[in-house]
Design a protein around this ligand. Structure first.
Ligand code: UD1
Length: 377
């Protein structure tokens, strides 16, 4: 069985890594890795290949940045010949970025069955590009691998047949569990001055903001930075800045200066995991970080009006603070005076999601497959 795995942007790499490793461990599976090049900087791409021991991609599409239409179209244009040459039995896509949807569309139209890992998540907010990507990918996938019960329900509501929905857990958490020990030897806390000789780091918070709704409007970003400065007077904050946010901050001529709000370059997987694991508090608009903090048992304040990952809220570690910067400041204040809570781990977030996915894929005969593509390029 030949499985073609697609990765393109930062949040894909930690999901594809354990799947690729699981494929490589199993007899009878040949995995082919395609990197679309949606993300291409060392800090957003190469460092993840090194940290997660992902072998070099078999195909690099090098699409780069562009508008949504340009990027999606370019991925489709360059991915189609790869599918024709490789002629895989399954195209496996992860998450909700443009590369996910573009690759799924190409495969489905060539009659190659698509497996979607992290299917069914819904924010019910169609102004988010990722929500469109999720809906389209799920509409054409043959296997829907889900991370939480809400996703199963969303897929049922959309008419996806029950036998296509497979509740398997969270592959990103597989990676987190595998890497936790290695991350503990990262020197990031020493380098950032949060640990000077003692084993217990000083209290600090971590910030990541990159959603267009938070960073593309200069007035909104300015108000958020002002709120973060206020919080940092009580709790020093470290903010690894995504390139989209970095350009927006440059346009505002905004820097942390000597304030306890420090902007740094994006971090690699192991350094970032170590930073998250010891944080007193995390402020984010990322989807994946809401899940990682849930497992690490670190309070997370999500600067969004909604989340497609409601289990992170019911588990008790994530809270939606909405989009008002004032509300963020008061939520941080409340969080810092709160006592410890009882941990609740979401079901099946146990490090074995990839095994379950491969068990399903290998147990299936490809009877659902409708071949329309030419066997030869
Ligand atoms: C993309 C995903 C988003 C994900 C995020 C994680 C979509 C629709 N969005 O958003 O879901 O949460 O990745 O990072 O797929 N840039 C660089 N170097 C790079 C890549 C991008 O400097 O390696 C800059 C470019 O100027 C680009 C901007 O960052 O225009 C935004 O990149 P893009 O991939 O368009 O969207 P993200 O905001 O990264």
């Amino acid at each position: 069985m030949k499985i073609l795995l697609v990765a393109g942007a930062r949040p894909n790499f930690m999901k594809v890594a354990p799947l690729l490793h699981e494929c490589d461990r199993r007899d009878g599976i040949r995995a082919v890795l395609v990197h679309t090049g949606q993300h291409y900087d060392d800090g957003l791409s190469d460092v993840f290949f090194r940290d997660l021991a992902i072998r070099p991609p078999d195909h690099e599409l090098k699409v780069g940045s562009g508008s949504h239409a340009e990027q999606t179209a370019e991925i489709m244009r360059r991915f189609e010949p790869v599918c024709k040459v490789e002629n895989p039995d399954i195209v496996l896509v992860v998450g909700d970025v443009n590369s996910t949807m573009a690759a799924a569309l190409v495969a489905a139209k060539l009659g190659i069955p698509v497996a979607h890992v992290e299917a069914g998540l819904r924010s019910f907010d169609r102004t988010m590009p990722e929500e469109i990507n999720r809906i389209v990918t799920d509409a054409i996938a043959s296997w829907h691998f889900t991370t939480e019960p809400s996703a199963n329900e969303n897929l049922r509501q959309e008419g996806i047949p029950e036998d296509r929905i497979h509740f398997v857990g969270n592959v990103m958490i597989d990676t987190l569990m595998t890497c936790r020990k290695r991350a503990a030897s990262s020197r990031v806390l020493d380098d950032l001055g949060f640990r000077d000789g003692s084993t217990q780091p000083k209290p600090y918070g971590v910030v990541t903001l990159h959603r267009p709704t938070n960073v593309d409007d200069p007035a909104r970003l300015k108000a958020l930075v002002k709120a973060l400065r206020q919080v940092s007077a009580t709790l020093p904050l470290i903010f690894p800045v995504h390139p989209r946010t970095s350009s927006a901050l440059d346009r505002l001529s905004c820097s942390g200066g000597n304030s306890p709000l420090r902007f740094v370059e994006p971090l690699g997987y192991l350094d970032f995991l170590q930073l998250l694991a010891h944080a007193r508090l995390v402020i984010t608009d990322s989807g994946g970080i809401q899940e990682e903090t849930t497992i690490l048992e670190v309070p997370c304040l999500t600067v969004r009006a909604n989340t497609e990952r409601p289990i992170t809220i019911s588990s008790g570690w994530n809270r939606l603070v909405g989009t008002d910067p004032e509300a963020l400041v008061s939520a941080c204040r409340q969080e810092l005076t709160k006592g410890r809570r009882r941990p609740q781990r979401p079901p099946l977030w146990d490090g074995k999601a990839c095994q379950r996915i491969l068990d399903v894929l290998t147990g299936e005969k490809s009877t659902k497959r409708v071949r329309t593509m030419d066997p030869e390029p």
